[in-house]
Ligand binder design. Sequence first.
Ligand SMILES: Cc1ncc(COP(=O)(O)O)c(C=O)c1O
Length: 458
Amino acid sequence: MKNQEIMQKDLKFNWHPCTQMKDHEFLPIIPIKKGKGVWLEDFEGNRYIDAISSWWVNILGHSNEYINKKIKEQLKTLEHIIFAGFTHEGAIKLSERLCKLTGFDKVFYADNGSSAVEVAIKMAFHYWKNKGEVRELFLSLENSYHGETIGALSVGDVGLYKDTYKEILIKNITIPIPKDKSEEEALKALKEAEKIFEKYHKKVSSLIIEPLVQCAGYMKMHSPSFVKGLRELCDKYNILMIADEIAVGFGRTGTMFACEQAGVKPDFMCLSKGLTGGYLPLSVVLTTDEIYMAFYCDYEELKAFLHSHSYTANPLGIAAANAVLDIFENGKWKMENGKWVLNMDNGQWTMENEGLGILEFNKKTSKYIWDNIQKFKSLPNVKEIRQTGMITAIEMIDYPWQERKGLKVYEYGLKNGVLLRPLGNVIYFMPPYVIQKDEIDKMIDVAYEGIKKVNSEK
Ligand SMILES: Cc1ncc(COP(=O)(O)O)c(C=O)c1O
């Protein structure tokens, strides 16, 4: 089948996420036949650089041979089992590794980011109830995003997704955020935050945050000291802290987890997306023995956490996640046939940068991106550029949303072989870590030309 035919058939049957479907009267839907590394290819051989890691999930490239192999191996023995009353080797291995990596004690599985957030906020509420207190409020940050299910949407603050449902959401209070990554802004925001903590703390079960970068919230960034200050406030006012690292975990901000940069250990950490390298839906909520023990008692006390999903701890997803952790542990960059690849064997390193691990190499990649986007500052319609690790954002001026300038950059990107998916007036790069220099050059050039072009259009 050719692109056109597939597009028509798709639109006859499929209702796509986060989309005004009528847009597809003028905007073609792109049918993808295959992916390799950062590249996606349609049915007519057109290729696109996946500059957004397919909604931030694909950290190690499409069709990664090692992850493919590990999922296939898992398929030979067990595809899925109920995770209540039963367990499997992969889950035990993954949980032990995640606990070692993060310093947590217990892992609760779910199957996507939003459901991990649901689990964390329910657990936080339930923890206090088991201790004899009903704390019906949640605290979250202005401009935050934690997913689309009702609980997750309630603790989010992006009006575009939330406002329609405001009448049916649960109670939540938002804390102002710093305007940028500076220490002064962090201090100012923390002062305001304390007033809110003071006023509501007796009724609040938890504070949920996206540490360092609010991704769906237009890639707004704040300093590690803001995260640290919030942890201190949670300690002072006896409120649990949930770190939603669904988008920023697994090396995206420069460290394995964003909280590390703030030297903070939350009470819950939610992970998903990069957890399986973008292969399969899986999420976890990590927590402490202290929280766990508040639920641990005789059945008749009715304190158990009776939350479940059919696909909890799916073995295939877990095989992918264990493969991702293998690559983080053993993968070393090596130049092969003119390309940087993550090599899993102990190779001979002969060139500069060969033998580096993922996080060290990412530092070089993000610096290369940062150095090369300085030219955007001279575009008259660019307001700000910013970066945290492997997240780089270019904010255009405040065009009225109705002009949909971001969408125009998206269209320009597709016509020129780059999948960008701007958030309003913010264009960003969040590519798989396997992106090569020439691919970065193309990604940046196309975004630059796209932004320049929309400025001159009416
Ligand atoms: C920070 C954060 N939390 C939660 C979610 C929701 O994850 P999912 O889309 O898998 O439900 C997202 C998704 O983008 C996210 O960025």
